[in-house]
Design a protein around this ligand. Sequence first.
Ligand SMILES: Cc1cc2nc3c(=O)[nH]c(=O)nc-3n(C[C@H](O)[C@H](O)[C@H](O)COP(=O)(O)OP(=O)(O)OC[C@H]3O[C@@H](n4cnc5c(N)ncnc54)[C@H](O)[C@@H]3O)c2cc1C
Length: 398
Amino acid sequence: MEEEVHGIVIVGGGICGLATALALHRKGIPSLVLEKSETLRAAGGSIGVHANGWRVLEQLGIAAELRKTADVVTEFHDVWQQEQGNKSAVVPVRGELRWLKRKDLIETMAKNIPAGAIRFGCHIAEIHPANPDNHGAVLTTLDGSIIRAKALIGCDGSNSVVARYLGLSPPRSASRMLLRGFTRYPQGHPFGPHFLRLRCKGFFVGRSPMTDHLVSFFVAFWHPGAGATKDARAMKAFVLERLKLQCCSDEVVEMVRGLDPESLIVLTRVWYRQPWQVMSSSFRRGTATVAGDAMHVMGPYIGQGGSAALEDAVVLARSLSRVAGGGGRELRQERIGAAMGAYVRERRLRVVRLSLESFAMGTMLATKSLLMKLACFAVVTLLGTNSLGHTNYDCGRL
Ligand SMILES: Cc1cc2nc3c(=O)[nH]c(=O)nc-3n(C[C@H](O)[C@H](O)[C@H](O)COP(=O)(O)OP(=O)(O)OC[C@H]3O[C@@H](n4cnc5c(N)ncnc54)[C@H](O)[C@@H]3O)c2cc1C
């Protein structure tokens, strides 16, 4: 069978893969994205992008276009609905926060990447080193085609084939149910620029305005065991019934009832890498590395997985561009490994911190142990999680 030979190959055309290809393109370095889906995976709800993510989108040259699609969120409204009455608090948002449609983000990145640089329907099944010193990799697709890559970047999400090639252990999963979607309000919604975080008897509801007429939300709740199904419509009916039983506000019940069926997503598991695994793993093998969820998948508790993936893209492209000759087009193999090593070193502490914050938030919600809750509370207080300290981070210029 004929073999193809390429320079930089990116496995996975999600947020991270496309951001990496775009960042490399902006530095004049070509790459090829291999995506297993037949088309852009543009479906799938919304993503909250904080100030650190917007700094990256500025560097990628797409922030202005994306700002037109989503309004600014200025405050978090925290509500604890309890039998003895509601408690509430208002927390101002630090810096810029907007909820983008994942579709808008993905499509905007894709259209700024040269035509032909994304290959769809290309599912990588196996990877082997090209030679004993791991310079280069040989990728085999599900249909048996062979692709040789001088440099390999795994942006293939939590179940990453590239992470396996690097020798990383699989991420862990927690049993959690999450229902997500959008609701349209043709007459305009009454919620203002406020993100609601509502806790009500086993349910955690997050609701963010995206535009005057569109609201994004999620409902997180304990896994109902045998009652759980992946049938999204059945889970929506289940959630609605429970929300009404728990006397959640009519406004929340109506929002869930009115959700756009096209946008409905049900998740039964949350994937994460433990912070100590992120601290100690070797994220490079020769001229192969990982980025995004493949490197540091974290639960959705601090809403930073996507923005951290965008940061990875900028740091990796900057690192590779420093060793690229010939106006950025030529990459010498022996220097690629060193550039990837520099990228991993630069990202390590940042992604350990985010993983730790997300892990502590998730554990605090899940554990019944008071001691563990206190320990997690101490971690998030020390790291300034609730005051969104992590959004101050600036990964620098491309
Ligand atoms: C409920 C929930 C809410 C979230 N909310 C937020 C939020 O508000 N803000 C935020 O910043 N982050 C959020 N995140 C996290 C964010 O969605 C992820 O961190 C981000 O999408 C990771 O992007 P990625 O490109 O690394 O991985 P993915 O989006 O998983 O993309 C991986 C791509 O690789 C492809 N692929 C996989 N295997 C192969 C293969 N073998 N061959 C070829 N292609 C392959 C897949 O088809 C896919 O397109 C949330 C996550 C969840 C679960």
